[in-house]
Ligand binder design. Structure first.
Ligand code: DGT
Length: 230
């Protein structure tokens, strides 16, 4: 294997020459995905593509995220269809740096949110089938492949506290039960690996720690997070 090593500031990683790497950062609402992306955004190797939450709060004047939480049965299908579109846009964005880092992916929409909505009956059988068929079609494409998943694994209680603390207006009514259900689905998908097919190897990081410790973990495990190996 031919390796290229490059120093930018005080960072150094060993990366296969000409290799393009796509990593998706996954984990419950409030687990700290944005913080991780902000941290690696400073790296010369990384293009961090954040989830367009602001876009979801203003879809040509409609606050889709607010509607979703006000009336999940009415709006979950629309929201997931739109989230799926914005995720395809993230997946298909051309690599501008060796590592493309995504905040969530088509896979978490499908295996966590859509699955939760189906089990809760906030979407109908037909809506579930439509979302699934779109997902299956889209994930056959090369552009939607992932090389690595980083799972920020945090207790639902910790996530819930963080959500309350950051107090995003649309999320003021998010019930703890939703955070628990989404936690269980992330676990089912990324830890148990029994129900759904994994699109890439998984690196699990304990995300229960506070900011300082988390950034230390990111620093210590930089090579694994950005390249998938030590
Ligand atoms: P972080 O940085 O780990 O705290 O992450 P957040 O909370 O900024 O980002 P995320 O993706 O966990 O959630 C943002 C909001 O959007 C949250 O209220 C859940 C919702 N959301 C995100 N993706 C989807 C999706 O694919 N489907 C549905 N129904 N909701 C989603």
């Amino acid at each position: 294997r031919r390796l290229a090593s490059k120093v930018a500031g005080n960072e150094e990683i060993i990366f296969p020459k000409d290799r393009k790497f796509t990593v998706s950062i996954e984990g419950n609402i409030g687990c700290g995905k944005t913080t991780l992306l902000e941290y690696f955004k400073k790296s010369a190797y990384v293009e961090a593509i954040k989830e367009p939450v602001q876009q979801w709060t203003n879809v040509q004047g409609h606050n889709a995220l607010q509607l979703l939480y006000d009336n999940p049965s009415r709006w979950s299908f629309s929201f997931n269809m739109y989230a799926q579109l914005t995720r395809v846009q993230m997946h298909t964005k051309k690599h501008s740096k060796p590592v493309k880092m995504l905040e969530r992916s088509l896979y978490s929409t499908r295996y966590c949110f859509v699955e939760n909505d189906f089990r809760n009956k906030t979407i109908t059988d037909l809506e579930y089938i439509i979302l699934k068929e779109w997902f299956e079609f889209l994930t056959q494409k090369d552009e939607t492949k992932l090389d690595l998943i980083v799972y920020l694994r945090a207790a639902p209680e910790v996530c819930y506290e963080r959500i309350k603390k950051r107090s995003r207006m649309e999320e003021s009514g998010v019930p703890f039960e939703l955070i628990e259900a989404l936690h269980d689905l992330h676990e089912e998908w990324l830890i148990d690996q029994t129900t759904f097919k994994l699109p890439a190897p998984v690196l699990v990081l304990d995300a229960n720690n506070e900011y300082q410790q988390m950034t230390q973990i990111y620093e210590d495990r930089r090579q694994e997070i950005l390249c998938g190996y030590n």
